[in-house]
Design a protein around this ligand. Sequence first.
Ligand code: SF4
Length: 458
Amino acid sequence: MLDMTPKEVSERSALRINPAKTCQPIGAMYASLGIHRCLPHSHGSQGCCSYHRSHLTRHYKEPVVASTSSFTEGAAVFGGGPNLRQSLNNIFQVYNPDVVAVHTTCLSETIGDDIPSVVRKAREDGIIPDGKFVIHANTPSYVGSNVTGFSNMVKAMIDYLSSREFGSSKDVNVIPGYVDPADMREIKRMLGELNVSGIVFPDTSDVLDLPMTGSYEMFPKGGTTIEQIMKTGSSGLTISLGAFASEAGGASLESKCGVPFKVLDLPVGVHATDMFVKSILEITGEIRPPASMIDDRGRVMDLMTDMQGYLYGKKVALYGDPDQVIAMTDFLVSMGMRPVYVITGTPGKRFEDRVNRILGNDSSNCLVKASADLFYLHQLIKNGPVDLIIGNTYGKYIARAEDIPFVRYGFPILDRVGHGFFPTFGYRGAMRILTSIINTLLDRVDRDAPEERFELVM
Ligand code: SF4
């Protein structure tokens, strides 16, 4: 399918081909789903909302519910304020959520709709019932990416809801980043194992990884409650996992409520998980993590050591959302693998700086680029082949065209299952990623082995 991709790289500044990102509102919609009894609302045309819902549904394999202002030509010319007002009226009368999280789209941003004024008037006129909330984030898709949208909606949660009124507590807030429900669940499990009380927000576990019960619930049992989000303003510390998705939220909470924050890489791989665990231990005052966690860590190290012969020196092309790619680069380097192309579609020079810092002396052997696309990555691979490609589903076309082993990682994964259930975070998540990489490489060894080298035991 990509057989016609030319080998020769030409400079492009005004054209993206096969982007390595998606649009802002998708991230905002996903973050909103992590609030208990929240209805995400797309302020734009039905087409945008349908695309965002279907993209999330295809990744999480769960129906994603959201409402829309249903713009038509009239709204495009005269503004979408009346549509939003009518939508809020219908939403509270028909679906009765506790909170509506409004995000904008390219069209409503271009019109310049003043969402706070519309919401204020709706509240004054009794359209928004007492005790119910409407929050909003501006998410123009011609700026940033899905990660920016997630970050903006998390910041909106804080700006609208977090409060200092609950006194002060020793709770730790964790903003988990734009990650799957299994990773949010794993963070909560690890906090429990480390014996610390925390508020993880947003939290899509038990929202987008639901068991089948035979009955449909529009608002599932999961999600961070409004009361918990309010209480984040009284916590002792915020840990923002992933600078691109979570730092703005931590900074906003510090400036609004005085809660200090710390930015860590996503706890993907042994080193980044160590950093997360160490940060929690500093709070609890414990010197060592529990034995169960040390054992989990030891198992990952054991596997890494045992299979080093298959991992060492393997050249990897890695792409995706910046926080995931940064953390994965660190993990690959720690395994002795060699990332040679590391790209993200999200803009930001700090991505390149951070990855180059991780690579250290090897940075001169690796091409690191933000605001890049998969067409460019394919051209790089044509000019210098790799042993493995790691990234979201869209990379399968390159993998097929160039006959390179491929490990799915990040968002979106549209053609496989399991990512919603099994974490990539923590030592257990590291084990999952590691086995997936090793088994993919071993499958290739088997496929290419001549008869006399086709081994039963690896
Ligand atoms: S890029 Fe803009 S117009 Fe297209 S789906 Fe996203 S918000 Fe809608």
